[in-house]
Design a protein around this ligand. Structure first.
Ligand code: NIG
Ligand code: FE
Length: 411
């Protein structure tokens, strides 16, 4: 099966999300870093096979676009496995956070780590993502929470990106500034001073050094309220950054409405949604980035209402949320599987979500995310007889070959 997810001139929503445009006995041809042909194998062989053509026989297997992970927090130091065990014994994520653990414990460890160390740690995680078929990764800062440490985190992302691009050896990276991930301890009781710091110092420096394409904020209970989020995102927009938002993960504090009103590219998490929230996302054309690894990691037992979103015509994307607190997994295929078993998405909907729709959420839908002539040759060959196996045959790695820009990378 050649799962093309194309042509897709826009994110796929509603019934179109459920059609991954699969060609049975299909083939894809690429030259340099671009796709030059997609179609039935016989036709592609006839048109493109020359004397020096490298031929990869995918008989009995499945080929998809490279997966796009649109929401990760890869830049961190220090693990939180003790917290995990505390939660297993009954403590909740928000209780641990209020007691000074949670995000703040990762902030302490990340502040102590040098830029090079953060880069080295993130590289290992990126390699693991690539090995599971992910070829584009969004990476957020957000465990620095001071001017110096947020810039250090973003510089680590940039330097990693440059290194991988030069070596032609890793996934593509999109950087996001998430200074509004938590109120750092030293700003307790003077939250608005921290918002000032973000708007007056952090964001202008991030923009001046072009350290991030996107700005995100954690708009939720015990995090940033709607008003503070509005201020941060509008400052980011005025500096030329795109916007995306952690919305409705734990409580409804108006995050979805802020995302819709600010024209955010995506609203992410969406675990607690009312029909009016879904309506707002639909009207605004905001992509819903769902992160089923997070409720799995937290043991919540309830997932985002993917079916209601799809039925309302909201384009749905999938991501790992890879972070040390709620979901340390690098495996986006696992999220495809959870999307099906827990959120009742079809395998085709979930694959569309993790490829073309994620690509659109990162403003890359016109250059990658589907197998279409002219797009970047980011392609995965899976040891799977058809696309359903990506969801159905879960918990193991089925990725067999991964190509980024036409180059087969070592996995
Ligand atoms: O997306 N919600 C905020 N951020 C992360 C968790 C970060 C952490 O616990 O370290 C999330 O789930
Ligand atoms: Fe997150």
């Amino acid at each position: 099966e050649l799962v093309t997810c194309g042509p897709s001139a826009t994110p796929r929503s509603g019934a179109a999300q459920g059609d991954a445009d699969i060609i049975h006995n299909g083939a894809v041809a690429f030259t340099g870093d671009k796709i030059v042909g997609v179609g039935p194998t016989e036709e592609i062989m006839h048109r493109f096979r020359g004397e020096d053509t490298d031929l990869i026989d995918a008989t009995g297997k499945t080929v998809t676009p490279g997966l796009v992970d649109a929401h990760t927090h890869l830049i961190w130091a220090g693990w939180r496995d003790e917290e995990y065990e505390m939660r297993l014994k009954g403590a909740t994520y928000l209780e641990i956070m209020q007691a000074g653990g949670g995000i703040m414990s990762t902030v302490t460890a990340t502040r102590l780590a040098a830029e090079d160390e953060l880069k080295r740690l993130a590289k290992v995680r990126l390699e693991r993502m690539l090995a599971h078929g992910t070829t584009t990764v969004e990476i957020k800062s957000g465990y620095g929470l001071s001017v110096e440490d947020e810039l250090k985190s973003l510089r680590a992302i940039r330097s990693l990106n440059e290194e991988l691009q030069e070596a032609g050896s890793g996934p593509r990276i999109a950087a996001t500034f998430l200074g509004a991930h938590a109120i750092p301890a030293e700003y307790k009781g003077k939250e608005n001073d921290y918002i000032d710091l973000i708007c007056n110092e952090m964001l202008p420096q991030v923009a001046a050094e072009s350290l991030a394409e996107w700005c995100d904020a954690f708009c939720d209970i015990r995090a940033f309220d709607a008003e503070q989020t509005r201020r941060i995102l509008s400052t980011a927009k005025s500096l030329g950054l795109g916007t995306r938002l952690h919305a409705n993960e734990f409580a409804r504090v108006g995050a979805v409405q802020v995302a819709a009103e600010m024209g955010c590219s995506s609203a992410d998490h969406l675990l607690v949604l009312e029909p009016e929230d879904i309506e707002a996302l639909m009207v605004a054309g905001t992509i819903a980035v769902l992160l089923p690894g997070t409720p799995l990691g937290l043991g919540l037992g309830s997932y985002a209402p993917a079916r209601a979103l799809i039925e309302a015509g909201v384009p749905v994307a999938l991501a790992t949320d890879c972070n040390p607190g709620t979901c340390p997994s690098e495996n986006l295929v696992l999220m495809i599987s959870l999307a099906c078993s827990q959120m009742k998405m079809t395998p085709a909907e979930a694959i569309v979500a993790a490829t073309i729709n994620s690509a659109y959420s990162l403003n890359r839908g016109e250059i990658l995310g589907s197998l279409e002539v002219g797009k970047l040759a980011d392609i995965v060959l899976w040891d799977a007889p058809n696309h359903r196996h990506l969801a159905y045959h879960f918990g193991v790695n089925l990725a067999e070959m991964v190509f980024v820009g036409g180059r087969r990378l070592q996995i």
